[in-house]
Write a protein of this length. Structure first.
Ligand SMILES: Cc1ncc(C[n+]2csc(CCOP(=O)(O)OP(=O)(O)O)c2C)c(N)n1
Ligand SMILES: Cc1ncc(C[n+]2csc(CCOP(=O)(O)OP(=O)(O)O)c2C)c(N)n1
Ligand SMILES: [Mg+2]
Ligand SMILES: [Mg+2]
Lengths: 322, 337, 322, 337
């Protein structure tokens, strides 16, 4: 699929938004402003962005504990997300979910998920609904390399294949599940190798490369929309921060992240490609960056100023009717 | 005389009528049709006991056989429920919850709350429970106490064909996730059931029998034992009130409390194993909110704290029976402070 | 591995024992003598027999709801099994388990299992114990084609591979899970195709052919004992009776079983091969058959005559100490 | 003065001492060492909160990191337990039970019974539970009522470093499957703990405080709230007995009943959600077996019937606190028949 200037600018804005969102949370967390467990997506922006560029409001995604990038790429409101992460009443989940449970069903974002492997079955269901209701929608399930070994994920590959569901499994292989290497935990060379055992195409791409991710996803989404069933896409990528904020990361090689940041950063690479090809001007990128930063500043300020939930909120939202 | 059908037929009819009424209702589970991909007949099974048989013939691919991948297909039902369908998914035996519980416990049950009230998850999980088929430890459990424990779930345990139909239709129309427990030994019992669709609201217990001496609270198959016991006791001049909870969550606290306030005596009959079960739940409720009325210790008639045995001798002993219920009531009556 | 005359006779005895055990239960069930759910293994004898011939008391197996064949092949006592299935106090499990839970840990038989997919994780553990304790033992997990799609099974493939466990997964593909075709439920051509996605060898064999099963298992057991990790073996086979006794089997093609019985029966084929090669004499086979039948008659008679458990047995065996 | 260590250290020490003593004890779970297969340090994590850190350095490959495949590795622990090892497997958060419960519910718990007494399954499942870390609905549950409900399992919920060490060593030496619940907020509390190994028998509650006016039964982190409440009440002249159950299965019924018989008043404090939980279990026990002694309704202080909220304001309200416990006791004292 040819990317227009507008597409590229949108992609850039999304990647930059995710990056700055996470960089800012990293600082706010260290300052003790953010409660709970926070898993940052910095470094993996090209994946969520490249995938979600193909999706519209008919389409659904399921996410993981590391969900901020997926949310932003799927169109969740930045202010609402920030407020949620700060536990405020105007958060996307009224302060009841927090970082690990941000959702916006109206945007087709079925929720970050605190359960590794929680998402893939749900994505099968969203895809089934699209199929039965004839919406033309697809479902995408983001799963980590750790989550790729969870039985729920493996079962879902099978289910999606036998029902020929419009479902795409995106394995975000960032090399680690917490402090454990994907090579130790996963018996396979590439996770994409597992696809053939479930009768679906599997492809491995460089998750630092927005263009590569965008291309293979385009193919998979077309396949799905045409009724030709699921695809497994493995994106090899890196996370820039610890498993969660507070992780000392002694299991990583010295300078591992530094080297990647310097040589393979998805945003820097995108900037280079987009400007050198003449598609986007450096000034446009700078302008976008400025806007993004301002938006994040604003979101954080609003989130900090926002009201906390009140006692009465504890008991609401358990049931629609009880 | 009005129409008598079995509980099995009542369940099947409820499913068929709701599928007829609402195109978004789908049915899925292992062998719910049966015959998928084979060279023989389709709609060959309707589950191992034939409960859903005929639905595929009426509704075609809205009735979907699944692989033996409960996490994936129960989870798919959850995902479909938040995406515009109203799935009725069958977890063949509730004993199998252990391979898919996460999708119920952490996904379906919690979406609405975690997402700040923005999710609606109109899901029904139908499942078989209970002992009596000589099916041994992994196919005979009740386990509804575990589901009742989980905020966000509704739990329905019908005892009659009439209730099964009305409660199942309510479950399908309900916008919260509902776990619907069907006792294997009740499928063949027959009772009066109107042909037209109707609903029975959740959280409204049924006074199966009014009485003034003692309250027997029961659910599911145990309601019948309670009634039998009450009938036997009536001949001894002991007048029991029998309450069928119908749903354990929501719980009709008021009916239980009212009755206990009237009779002053409580016996709870629960087929589940005895720790942290519905019997303790109801007893604790009375001990907390109807204490002043209590004239005697609460009694609980339950299974023992053992897995369900295979041997018929042992299983018959394992399952509460009307005699034990009657004995518990008599003890309660005999109690002198 | 070269099969001696004694081996062959043993194999024959085992297959025949399984067959007659099941044929007899089929009759007893129809007569209302056997309580509960009974899943017969008739037709699949070559699998359990060909596999278990390689195993000794160090080795463990996990089984399924269709477990009689595995039990017999692993050396469980015929009388004890029959008594258990009849729910008698002298049964292998004191009448508390029944058909779906026959076990004999002293024989390395870790139990039939009422949960589809219950066995593979247990087999990983048995293999892990063998490895840690240095017993030289291996573990074999029998799984159906239906069970092959269960997440627990798929996870176990991965775990066994990354830990290089002496574990063998035998998929008994009899074409059906209850009334559902393996082609409908499993997204793969052969289940053995899934092995490579879990970094282990996978092989498909004709499960009617004792010699074929025996050979590939020999290879897998050697591999496992040498510390070279797991193998997945898919045996294509057929079941002669319904999913459980009482199943009308209308989902099967007319005469499906009849044709198989007539043309591909594992025991008939074995008889032909063994006698035509001159390894065994027809009279030896007949003699063995007679012995087997007598043993089964005897087992049934004893089981029927045996005592039922008594009231006091209800509460025992819940804990070692409580 | 004798040695004071944290509960976290007590758990680590118990594991290390038992691994030292018995070569068949192994530890497995996600990141229980940490660093497996990486280019950086091994033994980098010890679980997300560092509880098992250092064990790999001492015991090498008897401490095994696992993939995120709880069914497979919890099941492997079960299989290893019936094959000669004594595995201590970590289910990181008890909330994750939903992806592996079958191996506990239907395998480990039932082997002995189903196999007629021939199986021995010396398994320990260590797991974190409880609210307070702002970890929201899927990382903050208690869920021990579900495990307590299951015949064949033993459930341990320690409240102090001393108990944690002694009960964990007992759990490892015990020949039945034991689920060992560690509250995240208790890891840092310190207390006196002997260096040498020792065991605390299961089924023996601890009288944390003796008193004559009211009995407060609690477990895990709730024991500390109960003690705080008792101390506050003492100043008002209300003399509470505080009982720490230590294990919910087996349950020390005698201690609870004795105390209730003495005081005539019962308050149960349970962090779990309120339906079919330990609070109802204990209240029902008293209502059944100590009825004659009861002077007032039993009170239960529990979480509300909602998932655990993320917001600190809401979570603080969600978790029972000493004030609510004290208020419940006061209500009980004020009660007039
Ligand atoms: C079922 C379950 N098991 C374990 C965990 C704890 N946990 C949270 S994130 C994580 C690692 C996930 O790794 P991966 O899937 O690779 O995602 P990444 O963090 O690398 O994005 C683990 C083990 C969990 N949340 N759920
Ligand atoms: C977890 C679980 N789900 C469903 C069932 C019900 N069930 C019992 S056997 C069976 C079919 C198994 O098929 P397969 O694995 O192919 O074994 P086969 O019966 O063909 O030997 C099913 C669905 C079960 N026992 N456990
Ligand atoms: Mg990862
Ligand atoms: Mg099969």
């Amino acid at each position: 699929m040819q990317l227009s200037r507008a597409d590229l600018l949108k992609a850039y804005r999304t990647m930059k938004m995710i990056r700055e969102f996470e960089e800012r949370l990293h600082i706010e967390f260290a300052a003790g402003e953010v409660p709970g467990f926070v898993h940052l997506y910095a470094g993996e922006e090209a994946v969520a962005t490249g995938v979600c560029m193909h999706l519209d409001d008919r389409d659904k995604i399921t996410s993981t504990h590391r969900g901020h990038g997926h949310c932003l790429a799927k169109g969740c409101d930045v202010d609402g997300m920030m407020a949620e992460i700060f536990g405020k009443t105007n958060g996307l989940c009224a302060g009841k979910g927090g970082s690990m449970h941000i959702a916006d069903l109206s945007k087709g974002m079925l929720g970050a998920n605190g359960i590794v492997g929680g998402g893939p079955p749900l994505a099968c269901g969203a895809a089934l609904a699209a199929k039965k209701l004839g919406t033309g929608g697809v479902a995408v399930s983001f799963v980590g390399d750790g989550g790729a070994n969870q039985g729920t994920t493996l079962e879902s590959l099978n289910l999606a294949a036998i029902w020929s569901l419009p479902c795409i499994f995106v394995i975000e292989n960032n090399g680690y599940a917490e402090s454990t290497s994907c090579k130790y935990a996963g018996a396979c060379h590439d996770f994409a190798d597992r696809a053939s055992g479930f009768n679906m195409p599997g492809v491995t791409v460089d998750g630092h490369d927005f263009f590569a991710v965008h291309e293979v996803t385009g193919e998979a989404v077309r396949r799905a929309r045409m009724g030709n069933g699921p695809t497994l896409i493995e994106c090899k990528v890196n996370r820039y921060y610890g498993h969660f904020e507070g992780d000392a990361q002694t299991y990583r090689a010295r300078d591992e992240v530094k080297t990647i940041r310097e040589t393979r950063d998805c945003i820097a690479n995108f900037e280079k490609k987009a400007t050198s090809s003449g598609m986007l001007a450096a000034s446009e990128l700078q302008e976008t960056s400025r806007e993004v930063l301002a938006q994040i500043d604003d979101a954080v300020a609003k989130a900090k100023a926002a009201a906390r939930p009140g006692a009465a909120d504890l008991l609401t939202h358990v049931y629609v009717s009880y | 005389m009005s129409r008598q059908i079995s509980l099995q037929q009542a369940v099947n009819e409820a499913l068929a009528q709701e599928m007829e009424r609402d195109k978004t209702v789908i049915v899925m589970g292992e062998d719910v049709a049966g015959g998928s991909g084979t060279q023989g007949e389709m709609d060959a099974w309707g589950g191992p006991l034939g409960i859903t048989k005929g639905l595929w013939s009426k509704f075609g691919d809205r009735v979907m056989d699944t692989p033996i991948s409960e996490s994936a297909f129960v989870g798919a039902a959850v995902g479909a429920a938040v995406s515009g369908l109203r799935p009725v998914v069958e977890l063949m035996f509730v004993d199998f919850m252990g391979v898919c519980f996460d999708q119920i416990l952490n996904q379906a049950a919690k979406f609405r709350y975690m997402f700040g009230g923005k999710a609606v998850t109109p899901l029904v999980v139908r499942t078989m429970y209970g002992a009596g088929l000589r099916a041994a430890a992994q196919h005979s459990q009740c386990l509804y106490p575990m589901f009742t424990h989980v905020p966000g779930l509704k739990c329905v345990v019908p005892s009659t064909p009439y209730d099964a139909k009305g409660l199942l239709i309510q479950a399908i129309r309900d916008n919260d996730p509902v776990i619907f427990f069907e006792h294997k030994l009740l499928y063949s019992i027959r009772g009066e059931v109107p042909e037209e669709p109707y609903t029975i609201p959740f959280g409204e217990a049924n006074f199966v029998r009014e009485g003034s001496d003692a309250t027997i609270v029961a659910l599911g198959r145990m309601v019948h034992l309670a009634s039998d016991a009450a009938q036997a006791l009536a001949q001894e001049g002991i007048d029991c009130e029998v309450i069928d909870l119908r749903t354990t969550s929501p719980l009709d606290e008021d009916s239980v409390l009212e009755s206990v306030e009237k009779t002053g005596r409580l016996v709870v009959v629960d087929e589940a194993s005895p720790r942290c079960n519905i019997a303790t739940d109801i007893a604790a409720l009375a001990g907390q909110k109807a204490f002043a009325s209590l004239k005697a210790p609460m009694a609980m008639v339950t299974a023992p704290h053992t897995p369900v045995p295979f041997s018929d001798v042992l299983e018959d002993q394992y399952i509460p029976d009307a005699k034990r219920v009657a004995a518990a009531v008599r003890d309660t009556m005999r109690y002198k402070a």
